[in-house]
Ligand binder design. Structure first.
Ligand code: TXA
Ligand code: MG
Length: 320
């Protein structure tokens, strides 16, 4: 398949939106990561997303909307907290709500809930408005790989496999959205992200975190994720760990600005928690393109967005 590349002017986005309306697949930028979109009302197109990504079919997709009002077409009930949470829509927040029957099983993997998100990034918003329909979209990577945060990442994974790719601004957040389950009466974070627990609690009071005790997790969180090719170790003392891998080509990822011998491939994640979020997937993909045999990372401490960075880092390390 020849993949068409679209820039972000209105005419190009309208062409890309036509592909969605006609049942095709288009990857598009958002403030979190690139998504791989299909019309959320066309089950066959939605199923093609799973095929292209090699995604397990019990893992539901998020529906992306361009205007807040579309939420009423999709959700059976709007819980009272939504009044306060509207301020993050648009934004890097996905809310899980009881779904209406118009939402196909192909999107929700048969669950009676649906994840809904309204991206704030300008290109994404214009594109989704032109689509007019809710757009089902997972991250635009091959399953198991780090989510793509640049146009180049998407081309690397999906060129020749999808109808179109929109090239847009870089993904400012760099990690996937916070998934907040509002379908049970106890607001629960199923996946940490750019809208932090603290930010949510400031609006709606106590928010639980999935995976503690018997609270559910997002189905997708059980799968191996974000795995770089080389084994990744998270350590307190980077230099001590380096000494254990002598003779190997080593990659090192740090939050502090450190210097190393010239045969070590070093990626500095940046100076602020926002930088770490923005750069983590870029770093993992950078190491994949290098010939490192082992990756050593400093641990990420602290609350706020660091929770989300740590969540992805530990998954990438597969608990090493
Ligand atoms: O930032 C994002 O959320 C990006 C961009 C493209 O919007 N999308 C994204 O989609 O990360 P994906 O499919 O890679 O991750 C969606 C996560 C999965 O862990 C999935 O299990 C969970 O959200 N999810 C989706 N619908 C759900 C539902 N109805 N109930 C529980 N979890 C759900
Ligand atoms: Mg994903």
């Amino acid at each position: 398949m020849k993949t068409q590349i679209f820039s972000s002017d209105d005419l190009s986005l309208a062409k890309a939106a036509d592909i969605i309306k006609n049942g095709g697949l288009v990857a598009f930028p958002t403030e979190t990561v690139y998504g791989l979109g299909a019309c959320g009302f066309m089950p066959e197109s939605v199923n093609n997303i799973f095929k292209v990504k090699g995604r397990p079919n019990d893992n539901p997709l998020i529906l992306h909307i361009g205007s807040y009002e579309q939420i009423y077409d999709l959700a059976l009930e709007i819980p009272p907290q939504m009044d306060k949470l509207k301020k993050f829509m648009p934004g890097p927040l996905t809310v899980v709500l009881k779904r209406k029957s118009v939402v196909p099983d192909a999107v929700t993997a048969g669950l009676d809930t649906v994840g809904i998100r309204m991206p704030i990034q300008e290109t994404a918003n214009r594109f989704l408005k032109l689509c007019g329909v809710p757009v089902a979209a997972p991250s635009a990577n091959i399953s198991g790989k780090p989510s793509p945060t640049t146009f180049d990442h998407v081309v690397y994974d999906l060129d020749g496999k999808v109808d179109g790719i929109i090239s847009g601004e870089v993904c400012s957040v760099g990690l996937e959205s916070t998934v907040l389950d509002l379908s049970t009466g106890e607001p629960t974070i199923l996946r940490p992200g750019g809208v932090t627990k603290e930010m949510l609690e400031a609006e709606i009071g106590t928010v639980y975190v999935g995976g503690d005790g018997n609270r559910p997790k997002a189905p997708g969180m059980k799968y191996k994720h974000y795995a770089p090719k080389a084994p990744l170790y998270i350590v307190e003392d980077v230099n001590e760990e380096i000494s254990k891998h002598s003779g190997k080509k080593i990659g090192v990822m740090t939050t502090q600005n450190m210097s190393f011998d010239s045969d070590i491939i070093h990626f500095h994640l940046g100076d602020t928690p926002e930088d770490y979020a923005h750069n983590l997937f870029k770093a993992l993909r950078f190491f994949d393109l290098s010939d490192v045999e082992v990756i050593i990372s400093q641990d990420i401490k602290g609350g706020g967005i660091c929770e989300a960075v740590r969540n992805r880092l530990y998954k990438a390390a597969d608990n090493r």
